[in-house]
Write a new protein. Structure first.
Length: 435
């Protein structure tokens, strides 16, 4: 391993560097489970006589859970930069798995809501930690592809949860879904403990006098300060706006697409199938977007993806016959979901290593406000009877706003992203143990 002599430290776990992507993929897939599990069990919960839930009460539970994810994401960034990314990943996975299991035993809707909030604290921490680790261990120039590949786990988890719900709930009831959601931790946590390497940057920081900044000098001990300092303030605010817009689209569409399509005249079976097609498109989009970003640059790729999302969302307002509507939804899924993932890839490149987890956590946390807003906007449009076609026009406008916000992000001054990596991690493409 090639290192800077002043910060050289051997990471004994770097021989496991190849495990970083699959392990982080697995952890993110469990968060994908959370993306749709409430929607999957909601029809059963609304008909569960012991609880007497109403749609309004169910909405409160949904929002409370998302608030937990937001708080967890905001807290996880600084925590992971201070205690290490391996330890933070283990804590978050154990935390949300235990709380998810407890959701299965909730005696009433109020306790269920509290447990969803607490589980959200751990779930919100997974993504910033995973993004920071995967970016650090990616090959030089391949960070975009590594991050988007990891994020396919999010939507694979969502798709599998939807399919499991069809099979499991009629036979075992809604509580079984939360038991199933917790069980993977029995395998994942021991494997994380054994094979997940720590950030080499973090080990160097502990071995020396503190984190190293992009100029080779000691960095601030508080990674939060970098978000609002110098040339990073403008980028931070722009990324917050973009993440708000991106997650508004993700959660708004995943929550209300079937009902919007039903209001357009499609049958229930077709409307639910379109939700599945949307998430299949999301997986395809992740695989394509990362390769494009690595080839043309993450900034132009992110702008292009938001613009394409705008176009295809607007086209969903046109009622198409036969397979046409499925193709249209597939294309929307390809661009809508991976646009937000490219934002994460851009953040990972734009900030120095020692504050990367904080930057990703802040954008993910603020973006959760968009995740809350999206379902509320869709519900309001449905209540007003104008979800089709105006819902798609509004979603298209949101995508346009995301594209504009990305253009506001100022390009970093020297040193370049490669220079940042060399300054923090030492010279050479293998400075981090990249695979």
């Amino acid at each position: 391993m090639s290192t800077d002599s002043s910060t050289s430290v051997t990471n004994p776990r770097e021989r496991y560097a190849r495990w970083v992507l699959p392990l982080c993929w697995s952890a993110v897939a469990l968060e994908g489970f959370d993306l749709v599990v409430l929607g999957v069990v909601l029809p059963s919960l609304l008909r569960f006589p012991a609880w007497g839930l109403t749609p309004n009460t169910a909405s409160v539970i949904s929002v409370v859970g998302l608030l937990g994810v937001m708080v967890g994401a905001l807290a996880a960034g600084p925590v992971t930069d201070l205690i290490g990314r391996r330890r933070a990943m283990l804590i978050t996975v154990v935390w949300f798995s235990v709380l998810t299991l407890l959701c299965a035993a909730a005696p009433n809707p109020w306790m269920f809501g509290v447990l969803r909030f607490l589980a959200g604290l751990g779930l919100g921490g997974v993504l910033p930690v995973a993004l920071a680790l995967v970016n650090e261990y990616a090959k030089v120039g391949r960070g975009g592809g590594a991050i988007t590949t990891m994020m396919t786990g999010y939507h694979v988890g969502a798709v599998l949860t939807a399919l499991l719900g069809i099979i499991v709930i009629p036979n075992l009831g809604w509580r079984s879904m939360f038991v199933i959601g917790a069980l993977p931790a029995l395998v994942l946590v021991p494997v994380l403990w054994r094979y997940l390497p720590e950030s080499t940057w973090y080990l160097r920081a502990r071995a020396g006098d503190g984190p190293v900044g992009e100029d080779g000098a000691p960095a601030s001990g508080n990674p939060v300060t970098v978000l609002f300092r110098g040339g990073y303030l403008r980028a931070t605010l722009a990324f917050w706006v973009t993440s708000f817009m991106g997650l508004l689209l993700v959660y708004g569409l995943n929550t209300w697409l079937p009902e919007i399509m039903r209001s357009a005249g499609y049958q229930l079976g077709a409307a639910l199938a379109l939700l599945l097609v949307l998430n299949v498109g999301a997986v395809l989009g992740m695989l394509i977007a990362g390769r494009v970003a690595d080839r043309i640059g993450v900034r132009p790729a992110t702008i292009t993806w938001f613009v394409a999302a705008m176009v295809f969302l607007a086209l969903l307002s046109v009622k198409l016959p036969g397979a046409g509507v499925y193709l249209s939804v597939l294309l929307a899924g390809i661009f809508v979901f991976s646009a937000q993932v490219l934002v994460y890839a851009y953040i990972a490149q734009r900030y120095p290593t020692w504050a990367r987890g904080t930057a990703l956590g802040s954008a993910s946390g603020v973006g959760r406000l968009g995740a809350i807003t999206g379902p509320l906007v869709g519900g309001a449009l449905l209540t007003a009877g104008i979800a089709y076609p105006w819902g798609f026009y509004i979603f298209a406008a949101v995508a346009a706003a995301g594209a504009i916000a990305v253009t506001v992000v100022s390009r970093p001054a020297q040193p370049t992203a490669e220079g940042l990596r060399e300054a923090v991690d030492g010279p050479g493409p293998s400075a981090n143990g990249r695979v």
